[in-house]
Design a binder for this molecule. Structure first.
Ligand code: AVJ
Length: 317
């Protein structure tokens, strides 16, 4: 296997944590883009979120992928290159790799190069003979995935309900770009479903406080990486469900009037002022199929669990 890391599409100006934070703080309300949650500490906190009793998403999706892997593999067909967007720990794809007929290559795309290199080593040890071709890239930015020898048909794998972090128009644009990156291949997408607001609220307001720590880690990260002087205890984790917009909204709310220094800039926070840190949109199976169609896909199969907590969609190009 080839585990060299290809770094493609280097981050353009405005895409570093420093620039994103300064630009985000110039807006009203202030905001920090959610992709900056995932430094090493944040990735570890997110792994703990996935194991929380209130956070049904990860275990529900894992069970669905396990159960329907044979069907999914049959729909994808033989001799495909699997392209995973936002691959993370490379664990979710395994049941699928186990069932695919003669997979030609596995191309995990992730923004975190060091983590990806470690994870690729672990995966490759268990899948001798599989061509693994990691790409270090931000898949939210325009990029072209280099063609492999023989140009195998591609199938995309985009799980974890990451699509929910994008506003609907941006989600359509992202799906469109993925469709073009897949070069005629289909896309498997995991999407969290609209459900009892109480259940949604609990999933983002866990009693152990892990989601709060995950949210506040943005401030801890800014202190460490940007020399900022945030007091994380002077901000509250606030994550209400906006039922009319069908999304969880996450904020850090300033508990008092305070000023904070980031690099050579000072920012004022009023008491009660929110910093928006994440949206997590929820869909019905129908509303997601409509969105996929707007992106040019033909929605085919959908799988859900018996409680209808989460969905997995197979979209054809
Ligand atoms: C990684 C997009 C699935 O929206 O649930 C978990 C991240 N944020 N708790 C989500 C998250 C707060 C998340 N996704």
């Amino acid at each position: 296997m080839d585990a060299r890391l290809a770094r493609i599409a280097p981050a353009p100006a405005g895409n570093s944590f420093a620039e994103a934070l300064l630009m985000g703080f110039a807006r009203t309300p202030k905001e920090i883009a959610c992709k900056y949650f995932y430094d090493e500490t944040g990735s570890r906190l997110f792994d703990r979120i996935c194991d929380l009793p209130e956070y049904y998403q990860t275990r529900t999706e894992r069970a669905l992928l396990q159960r329907y892997a044979p069907e999914i593999a049959a729909l994808m067909g033989p001799d495909v290159e699997i392209v995973e967007f936002g691959a993370g720990s490379l664990r979710k794809v395994r049941p699928l790799l186990d069932r695919l007929k003669n997979p030609r290559a596995y191309t995990p795309v992730d923004i975190s190069g060091d983590h990806l290199a470690d994870m690729v080593r672990t995966l490759a040890a268990d899948y001798a003979g599989l061509v693994v071709r990691p790409l270090v890239a931000d898949f939210t930015l325009p990029m072209t995935i280099p063609t492999l020898l023989g140009r195998p048909r591609r199938a995309g794998f985009f799980t974890g309900s990451t699509i929910g972090n994008f506003k609907p128009d941006a989600a359509v644009a992202l799906l469109r770009r993925m469709r073009s990156m897949l070069d005629g291949g289909g896309l498997l997408v995991g999407v969290d479903l609209v459900k009892d607001p109480g259940r949604l609220h609990a999933a983002y307001n866990d009693t152990a406080g892990i989601t709060a720590a995950f949210n506040k880690n943005l401030l801890v990260r800014a202190n460490r990486e940007l020399g900022a002087d945030f007091d994380p205890d002077a901000f509250a984790h606030y994550a209400p469900y906006n039922a009319s917009a069908r999304r969880i909204e996450m904020y850090l709310v300033s508990l008092r009037r305070q000023s904070v220094t980031v690099g050579d800039q000072r920012f004022e926070f009023a008491q009660g002022e929110p910093v928006h840190t994440e949206d997590s949109y929820k869909y019905t199976t129908e509303s997601f199929r409509e969105m996929a169609a707007r992106a040019g896909f033909s929605p085919r199969a959908v799988w859900t669990d018996p409680e209808r907590l989460l969905s997995i969609h197979w979209l054809e190009s």
